[in-house]
Design a protein around this ligand. Structure first.
Ligand SMILES: [Cu+2]
Length: 129
């Protein structure tokens, strides 16, 4: 009896979720938007590249925003002297997706990469000063 009720609750919740996502303003675009206090904005554009080869930001906590304007999944990692900055990875799974993360960087030269297999050409310089 309890099992049957919880199953019914589950399906009711599922229906509610579908109803909510269907009423999201008439488009299928994700709800996430680009924050106005972004430190750097990296756009993934067609085909399999970043929108710029160089980005820059002031040292300290940097709000990194990645936007997917491509049709495949992309990631964003920051590399210093060949070593990935730990615990920082942004993922934009599909077109229109936005991901945001804060990374604390000292002044220096970094590389922004996407680690999706086959995307090794996605590299840009990040100059922190
Ligand atoms: Cu990529």
């Amino acid at each position: 009896m309890t099992h049957r009720l919880s199953l019914r609750t589950f399906f009711a919740a599922l229906v509610a979720i579908f109803a909510l996502s269907a009423c999201g303003g008439g488009t299928s675009a994700p709800a996430q938007t680009i924050p106005s206090d972004a430190g750097i904005i990296v756009k993934n554009v067609k085909s399999i590249r970043f929108d710029a080869s160089e980005y820059s930001a002031p040292a300290g906590d940097i709000k990194v925003v990645t936007v997917n304007e491509d049709t495949v999944r992309h990631t964003l990692l920051v590399v210093k002297d060949g070593v990935k900055v730990p615990n920082f990875k942004l993922v934009v799974a599909e077109e229109g997706a936005v991901d945001v993360g804060v990374i604390n960087l000292a002044a220096g030269s970094y590389t922004v990469i996407c680690d999706v297999p086959g995307h090794q050409n996605m590299k840009a310089t990040l100059t922190v000063s």
